[in-house]
Ligand binder design. Structure first.
Ligand code: SAH
Length: 224
């Protein structure tokens, strides 16, 4: 039987840099508007430097996006916090994440959900993130190499869907794979005109609202 207690990771500050550096980052994220205590706790216990190249490790506790190779970036901590708290306005057992990247957002979601399904189109990033999270003790994430915007019917329906790359529209597949009561959090737009949006699926239809202007790397088609 699926054992929730055993499968959710706990980081407890593994390999963390100084308390002060970590607290400063969490204070900034909180000041910008992330108030969910569970989200802040997980962010405060997860070492961010293990997600970036050694040459950038000294900048890992800055509240900025950083390059992770292949033209992609690790998301800004504030944005990760904002997206996570927006998605988890109520408990969401099964979450689909689109755009694993380095796995930082995945690692924040893992202790807060029962199961995370994370899809990445760049095979090297997919493998690196899978191995990195294994080393961090994460066992409740399914990693897939694929086009996440097509959804992943194997594990549908999802209680939550979160995308880390901007799309010009919300793919119908994602709405179809959402459970009733489920929520999508994703950036929508093009170029510099992007908004983080939230869509709730109710028994009588979809309710959509905008959260704030954001800046994400684009959704790309095909695998690499
Ligand atoms: N939260 C991640 C964000 C990485 S950037 C992190 O902090 O590391 C966005 C990611 O989305 C990139 O890794 C990019 O390769 C991926 N991506 C873009 N289009 C995609 C698609 N169609 N399917 C899956 N992943 C995609």
């Amino acid at each position: 039987m699926y054992n929730e207690q055993l499968s959710k990771p706990q980081y407890a500050g593994i390999g963390m840099t100084s308390d002060r550096t970590r607290r400063r980052l969490i204070d900034q994220v909180r000041e910008m508007g992330v108030s969910n205590a569970d989200v802040l706790n997980v962010m405060g216990s997860l070492p961010r430097h293990v997600f970036v190249d050694e040459a950038l490790a000294s900048r890992a506790y800055e509240n900025t996006a950083l390059p992770i190779g292949h033209g992609q970036t690790i998301s800004q901590p504030y944005i990760v916090g904002l997206m996570t708290q927006t998605l988890l306005n109520k408990p969401r057992a099964k979450v689909l994440e689109i755009g694993t990247g380095c796995g930082y957002q995945t690692a924040i979601l893992a202790p807060l959900c029962e199961k995370v399904v994370s899809v990445e189109r760049i095979v090297k990033l997919h493998r690196q993130a899978r191995d990195r999270l294994y080393d961090l003790g994460v066992r409740n994430v399914v990693f897939r190499h694929g086009d996440g915007f097509e959804g992943l019917s194997d594990f549908a329906p999802y209680d939550g869907i979160l995308a880390a790359a901007v799309s010009e529209d919300v793919p119908q597949e994602l709405l179809d794979q959402l459970a009733i009561g489920g929520r999508v959090v994703m950036p929508v737009g093009r170029g510099e005109r992007q908004n983080l949006i939230v869509i709730d699926k109710t028994a009588s239809g979809f309710v959509q609202r905008e959260i704030e202007a954001v800046r994400f790397v684009p959704r790309l088609a095909g695998l690499s």
